[in-house]
Ligand binder design. Structure first.
Ligand SMILES: Cc1cc2nc3c(=O)[nH]c(=O)nc-3n(C[C@H](O)[C@H](O)[C@H](O)COP(=O)(O)OP(=O)(O)OC[C@H]3O[C@@H](n4cnc5c(N)ncnc54)[C@H](O)[C@@H]3O)c2cc1C
Length: 443
C-alpha cells in the first residue's frame, strides 16, 4: 500500500510511525516543504526566554531516525495541488521542478501559518513571527541588539512571547485588538488575573488597540503606530492568530470550514475517498460543541496517531477534544477545559456558573497561595460543561484542570464534583479540595 503524507511534523510523523506499526509492508512517503521535521514549536517561547540553550531539544525525532525505520521523508517539497480523481498530488522541489506523486491513501497534515494582519510596513527585517525553528533562531540571534519590543496579538503566543522577552530584560509593549487577553480561551475573571500578572511584571499591556503601521528607518522598524499611540520598537513580534495551510486545496473538492480547515470525522476522514486530514490544518471533533477548530499540539499528536491506525486498517476513532490548554504568565498559571461561559452563550446553552477563590493547600505548609476556580454547568442536568483554574505557578492550578477534564469527559454533575474523592494531605490541598468547594457552591 502506498501512503502519502503531506507535512512532516506532529500530526504527519505521528501517523507515519503508527502506519508502520500496523502495516509492516507499508510504503510511506512524506512531502515536507522545509528541512525541519518533528519540531515542537511549543518550546519556542522558553527557548527565546533563555530557559534552555540547545534548540535541538525541541526536535522529537530526527530525519535520520525516520529514514532508518523506512519512512521516506522528502524535504523541500512544497505541495501545490491535489487531484483526488486521479489520486495524485503535485509538488515543487528545491530545484523548482514540479513532480507528481500517486497514493493509495493520502494524509494531509500541513498545519497552519501565522496570520499576517493588514498592517503597513509589516515586511521588514526586524519583524518576526514565533512559529518555526528559523523564527526562534532569528529572534535569539538579534536579542542582544534589542531593547524595545512590540508584540502584536494578545492570545497565547503573544503572551508567551511577552513573558519570554521580559525575562530577557526587554521593554515589552503588548498590543491586542481584543478587549482582554486570551478572550477566546478564558472567561473575563481569569483574563483579569493574567493581565494583572503581565502588568505587575512590567509588560505595557494595550488591549482594544489596533496597530496600523510599522515605521522603518534604514530598513528596520523604528516605531509602531496604533490607532491610540506610538511605541518605539527594535523588534516586532506578530502573533495575530493562525490560518490553516489549505490555500493549495481550494479546487480539490475538499470540504473546508469557515476558517479554511479541512472538515474531518472522528476517524480523520474527509469528504473525499482515501483522503484523510489531521492537526492544525483540520477541524477536530469536540465532545461538547460537535466540531471545532482548535490548533494545538496535543490534538495534532493524538489525531496523528488515530489517523495512522485508521489508514492502516484499524477501527480506531477519536473520543473528541475538550480544548484543554494552559499557560504560564510569569508567577501565575491558568488552564481551561470544556467550554467557557462565552462559548456556552454562543451555543445557546442554558448554563450556570461558579466562581470561587480559595487556597491551594493548608496554611501551615509553606508556599500556600490563592487559587481561583470557574465552573460552567448545564442548568437542567447539572452536568459539568467546562472549567478554568488559575493560581500561583507550580501551585497545582493547571493540574486541577486535568482532573476537571476527566470530570467533563465523564459528564459528571456539579454535585458529584462536590464529593469527588480528591486527595487531601496538607502539602497538596485543604481538607476540601478547591474543586470540591466549587462543586458544592453550585448547589
Ligand atoms: C510558539 C508556539 C507555542 C505553542 N505552544 C503550544 C502548547 O503549549 N500546547 C499545544 O498543545 N500546542 C502548542 N502550539 C501549537 C502546536 O505547535 C501545533 O498545534 C502543532 O505543531 C501542530 O502540528 P501539525 O503537525 O498539525 O502542524 P505543523 O506543526 O504546522 O506542521 C505542518 C508541517 O507541514 C509543512 N507544510 C505546510 N505546507 C506544506 C505544503 N504545501 N507542502 C509540504 N509541506 C507543507 C510545514 O512546513 C510543517 O512542517 C504552539 C505553537 C507555537 C507556534
Amino acid at each position: 500500500m502506498n501512503y502519502l503524507i503531506l507535512g512532516a511534523n506532529a500530526a504527519g510523523m505521528s501517523a507515519a510511525v503508527r502506519i508502520l506499526k500496523f502495516d509492516k509492508t507499508a510504503n510511506i512517503t512524506v512531502l515536507e516543504k522545509s528541512d525541519v521535521v518533528s519540531f515542537g514549536a511549543c518550546g519556542i517561547p522558553y527557548y527565546v526566554g533563555g530557559e534552555f540553550k540547545d534548540i535541538e531539544q525541541m526536535t522529537a525525532r530526527s530525519l535520520a531516525e525516520f529514514t532508518k525505520i523506512g519512512i521516506d521523508v522528502r524535504c523541500f517539497h512544497t505541495v501545490t495541488g491535489l487531484d483526488a480523481a486521479s489520486k495524485t498530488v503535485s509538488a515543487v522541489n528545491a530545484e523548482q521542478q514540479t513532480q507528481t506523486f500517486t497514493y493509495d491513501k493520502l494524509l494531509i497534515a500541513v498545519g497552519a501559518s501565522p496570520v499576517q494582519p493588514p498592517i503597513q510596513g509589516l515586511k521588514t527585517q526586524n519583524v518576526f513571527t514565533m512559529h518555526s525553528k528559523r523564527d526562534a533562531q532569528l529572534i535569539v540571534d538579534q536579542l542582544e541588539q534589542v531593547q524595545n519590543v512590540v508584540v502584536i496579538g494578545n492570545g497565547f503566543i503573544g503572551i508567551e512571547a511577552s513573558e519570554a522577552l521580559r525575562e530577557q530584560g526587554k521593554n515589552v509593549t503588548l498590543i491586542g485588538l481584543s478587549g482582554r487577553v486570551l478572550e477566546t480561551i478564558f472567561d473575563a475573571e481569569i483574563s483579569a488575573i493574567l493581565e494583572e500578572s503581565l502588568q505587575r511584571h512590567g509588560v505595557n499591556l494595550r488591549n482594544s488597540e489596533m496597530v496600523t503601521e510599522l515605521v522603518s528607518e534604514q530598513g528596520r522598524v523604528h516605531h509602531v503606530v496604533s490607532n491610540l499611540g506610538q511605541y518605539p520598537a527594535d523588534m516586532v513580534i506578530v502573533a495575530a492568530g493562525f490560518k490553516p495551510n489549505t490555500d493549495f486545496l481550494a479546487s480539490s473538492g475538499l470540504t473546508l470550514s469557515e476558517q479554511g480547515a479541512i472538515v474531518i470525522d472522528a476517524q480523520c476522514q474527509t469528504n473525499l475517498p482515501d483522503v484523510y486530514a489531521a492537526g492544525d490544518c483540520a477541524t477536530v471533533p469536540h465532545r461538547i460543541s460537535g466540531t471545532a477548530y482548535i490548533p494545538l499540539a496535543t490534538t495534532a499528536n493524538k489525531l496523528g496517531r488515530i489517523v495512522g491506525e485508521v489508514m492502516a486498517g484499524q477501527p480506531s476513532q477519536f473520543v473528541g477534544t475538550l480544548g484543554s490548554s494552559g499557560i504560564r504568565v510569569f508567577d501565575i498559571e491558568a488552564g481551561r477545559t470544556g467550554i467557557t461561559e462565552l462559548e456556552a452563550q454562543q451555543q445557546n446553552i442554558d448554563y450556570g456558573t461558579v466562581w470561587i477563590k480559595d487556597k491551594n493547600h493548608t496554611d501551615y505548609v509553606a508556599a500556600q497561595s490563592e487559587m481561583w476556580v470557574k465552573l460552567i454547568y448545564e442548568r437542567s442536568t447539572r452536568r459539568l460543561l467546562g472549567g478554568q483554574v488559575c493560581g500561583a505557578y507550580l501551585g497545582g492550578a493547571v493540574h486541577r484542570v486535568d482532573a476537571l477534564a476527566v470530570a467533563v469527559y465523564s459528564g459528571i454533575t456539579v454535585e458529584e464534583l462536590g464529593f469527588m474523592d480528591f486527595i487531601y494531605a496538607p502539602p497538596f490541598a485543604r481538607t476540601w479540595n478547591v474543586l470540591n468547594i466549587a462543586g458544592n457552591v453550585a448547589k
